[in-house]
Ligand binder design. Structure first.
Ligand SMILES: *[C@@H]1O[C@H](CO)[C@@H](O)[C@H](O)[C@H]1NC(C)=O
Ligand SMILES: *[C@@H]1O[C@H](CO)[C@@H](O)[C@H](O)[C@H]1NC(C)=O
Length: 302
């Protein structure tokens, strides 16, 4: 049994996600989340080192065992935490790690545990307890990995993240690494330049979360609102991951702002109809303050 809530706005479009859903984790009777935000250990590789940490396997042990670490808040841009020019201009790998504990409930066979990053700029490789669990390219979108078989509840777990901020002709935005020649530069002096007018902030830029789901769970919800006259419709598509045998049942309920059921269905794909739909308006465009920003809640239970 899994339950997910989604707040929906009638009229204003809701972003559509296809494939593996990365809905933001929210606690429910079937899901529990845990934040890994806070102070992590951090190390920047020496400039000019080529994949030093990967070659030396810095992910195999706590970073403080393979060299010096500093404190780094997550989420943040690591360039923002220093006024060091060398840090500001650095491009290449930086490393993060920290320890965390999970409850014994989390390692039971009826649960899955996912690790979710809101965004890491630009290229990330992630290990948990020395096991490579995922890598991701692109600094601006969430990604996740399942950790179910890797976690310990009787000892601390270690998460290690290697982040590379090198921009190339195939990244968004694009950047260029060039060798600077001339006697005013050291030998093989490289710089990264770009053609845009903002600073290339990098690091673990958004929250890091762990969350549980049941073995069978709701993976994704796509909901597309529309209005015809005074009638609102919500066309939805619910993706589930079902493990083992057993008929899949789905309850889809749409509740109004007061929590009253206004429409429901028992199918994974369908359309809910809301006669006399209350539409979302900004507060400057309604007569009564409490009519502004009206939201319905879509509740999905499987
Ligand atoms: C990591 O950084 C180095 C140094 O800029 C670069 O040569 C390499 O291509 C980068 N690797 C990735 C996966 O971004
Ligand atoms: C500069 O790069 C060349 C070619 O990769 C290498 O042979 C040389 O040792 C480098 N020099 C220094 C000072 O790193």
């Amino acid at each position: 049994m899994d339950k997910l809530f989604l707040v929906v706005v009638l009229v204003v479009g809701v972003a559509q996600v296809h494939g593996q859903g990365i809905l933001f984790p929210r606690d429910s009777e079937s899901r529990e989340s845990k934040s890994l935000d806070g102070i992590w250990n951090f190390r920047q590789e020496p400039k000019g080192a080529v994949d030093l940490g990967l070659t030396e396997g810095w992910f195999n042990a706590p970073l403080e065992q393979s060299g010096e670490v500093e404190n780094m808040p997550v989420p943040s841009s690591y360039q923002d935490l220093s006024n060091d020019r060398e840090r500001r201009d650095y491009f290449g790998w930086v490393w993060y790690d920290r320890e965390f504990w999970v409850s014994p409930q989390w390692t039971l066979a009826d649960k899955r545990v996912f690790l979710r990053f809101g965004s890491v700029n630009y290229y990330a490789i992630v290990w948990v307890n020395g096991v490579r669990v995922t890598e991701h390219q692109g600094g601006h979108l969430p990604f996740q990995a399942e950790l179910s078989l890797i976690l310990n509840s009787n000892t601390a777990n270690r998460i290690t993240v290697a982040v590379n901020n090198t921009l190339t002709s195939s990244t968004v935005p694009q950047g260029f690494v060039r060798v600077k020649e001339g006697e005013q530069y050291p030998a093989n002096h490289t710089i990264m330049s770009d053609n845009f007018d903002f600073f290339k902030y990098a690091g673990i830029h958004r929250s890091v979360l762990l969350y549980t789901t049941p073995r069978s769970y709701i993976d994704d919800i796509t909901a597309t609102p529309s209005v015809t006259g005074t009638t609102g419709t919500l066309t939805y598509n619910i993706a589930t991951i079902v493990e083992g045998a057993g008929a899949e049942t789905i309850n889809v309920d749409l509740l109004d702002k007061e929590g009253t059921l206004v429409s429901s269905a028992l199918t994974a794909i369908g359309t809910l109809v809301v006669p006399n739909a209350k539409l979302w308006w900004p507060y400057t465009m309604v007569r009564e303050q409490n009519e502004a920003g009206y939201l319905y809640t879509l509740r999905v239970t499987d």
